[in-house]
Every structure is written in structure tokens, then in C-alpha cells.
Design a protein around this ligand. Sequence first.
Ligand code: G3H
Ligand code: 13P
Ligand code: NA
Ligand code: ZN
Length: 324
Amino acid sequence: PLVPLKPVLDAARAHGYAQGAFNVNAVCQAKAAIEVHEMFRSPVILQGADLANAFMGGRADFANGTVEDKIRGAKNIGDAVRKFGENSPVPVVLHLDHGRDMESVKAAIAGGYTSVMIDGSSLPFDENVELTREVVRYAHERGVSVEGELGVLAGVEDHVFAATSTYTNPLSAVDFVRKTGCDALAISYGTMHGPSKGAGVKLRREIPIAIRECLSHEGLECALVSHGSSTVPRYIVDEINELGGDIQNAHGISLTELKAAIPAGINKINVDTDIRLAVTRNMRELFERRPELRESPSIGGVYDLLAANPSQPDPRAFLPAIYD
Ligand code: G3H
Ligand code: 13P
Ligand code: NA
Ligand code: ZN
């Protein structure tokens, strides 16, 4: 069945585990992701980002996607997730990733998303609170969960390029949760988006620990979310480069660090880059065997459209991107 995010993360909080949350940039990925979760008898969190919705709505220049494109894309992915998820034995959440404004949120909900993120992390605190509160009001009335974000991750953050990170201040986080009533909160504690997170990243576990302590002291409940959590598997990067790619400086967050973040209070772990790396490897392999497809507008054209150079992160080119 399709469910909101909140009950899935309530269970994770109550039992001290975390759920992976996986981005889909094409409708066909939803089916595969649901099937894998069924094998593990685990709830599923699928995420479609704002630009991905415009792209899945058939908008080639997705960065210029209109509200209509986003509604069409959200409906395409919503229909697919309903088709495969409605009769699934595991709970399925369809979550908007990095929603940028009220229009994106409304488009996602109209398309059948059961949960939305509103990312106001680039705004001043009070404006972030105001926007998130407005989204909570709209979404909760419709039975839809809300994730907010406080703090800035380094690297590309969808519509925002942040040169450096600003860790989440635990006291501000508590104030934010109290004022907005959000169900989940994305925090900045050392992760970053994309394939170049730096070598040997150590996560600042004391940040989620402090937020969790302060929340419980205030009698507030909110799940904490780790964005930018791809592990960037070396073997996939090597295979892409052997197939003619040029990904330099590829480093993810180690599994050891991610596992240690869970007892520190992280309940949702977002992964997008790892999936796109795997898609990139497989498409390059296909072109190796069937070079004529590279020239076909329908397949090669899609690859051209999706290709992005991670060494020159361009927020607009980045989203439904496949790494070149
Ligand atoms: O965070 C928003 C998008 O999912 C971007 O993720 O850093 O893997 O490109 P990415
Ligand atoms: P990665 O770039 O590490 O996959 O992060 C994904 C993410 O945070 C999606 O919101
Ligand atoms: Na952000
Ligand atoms: Zn993210």
C-alpha cells in the first residue's frame, strides 16, 4: 500500500534503525526499487526530485520545467508507483525530494506523492520557518508528511550551490521543529551531495545526538534525515572510467560512518548518486556493444540529455543526471 513518510519513520525511530530513501529519475526505476524492497520485506521510500518531476513530465530542458510539466511528471511517477505499490505487501512512500517552493509541493501532491520535502535551507531562518510552516499546513490537511531542512550541505544541492557547509545548530533545529511541526528534518553534519565528497569524511555524530537529546527534552518528535549519503562504490567508478568515462576525485561516505550515524539518531538515509553511477555504467556498456544506439535520438539523445560533468557541477544539469 502507499503510505505517508511519518509512520515509516516513526517505526524507525521507535526501534532505532534507519530507512534508505532512493531517488528515481525515471518511471521504470520505481518498479525495480519496489521489487528489491519486497525481497527484504522492508518498507520502501522512493524519492522524485523537483527537476526529476519536470523531466519525467517529458520536459527535455527540465531546468525550465513549468508547473504543468511538474504536475505531468509527478502524475507519471505517481501512477507507476501506485500500479506497482498499491498491491505490494510492503508499505511504499513516494516522497518529493528537495521541493523548492509551494508550487512544486502542490504539483507533487496532485500527482499522488504521499510525502514532500520543502528545502528552505538557503533562506534566512525565519523565512525557512514560514515557508515550511505553510507547506506543513497544506500537506497535513491532505494526509501528506513533510520533511524540512536546516543547515547547508556543501556541494550541489539541487537548485542551490553551496561552496561550504554550515552544520545544523541543534538549538535552532529544536526551535525549527517546534515552530513548523515538520515530521522529518534534514540536517547538515558532514555529508554532501554528489560523487566528490572528499576522502575519509568523518561525520559529526554529536550533531544528531544533540538534536535528538534536545528534542526529547522538549517533548518534540521528529525524524532526522541524512542527505548526500551515497557511498560512491569504487568498482563502479572504475568501470565507468574503463568504459571511457572520466570521473575524478570520486569519494563517498563510508558504510562504517553511515552505520555509526544510526544510533546517533539518523532515521532516513538519502541515496541518489550511487544509483545514477550504476545507470551510467550500464548505459556506457550498452553503447559499447551497440554503438549505433549512441546515435539514436531516443537512447543516445537521452544519454546526452542526462550527461553531466561532476567536476563542473552545474545545479541545473545535475539533477536527473548521469555522469559522463
Ligand atoms: O539532492 C537532490 C538531488 O537528489 C541531487 O542529488 O547530489 O545525487 O545529484 P545528487
Ligand atoms: P547523494 O548525492 O549522496 O546520493 O545524496 C542524495 C540526496 O541527498 C538526495 O536528496
Ligand atoms: Na539544502
Ligand atoms: Zn538531498
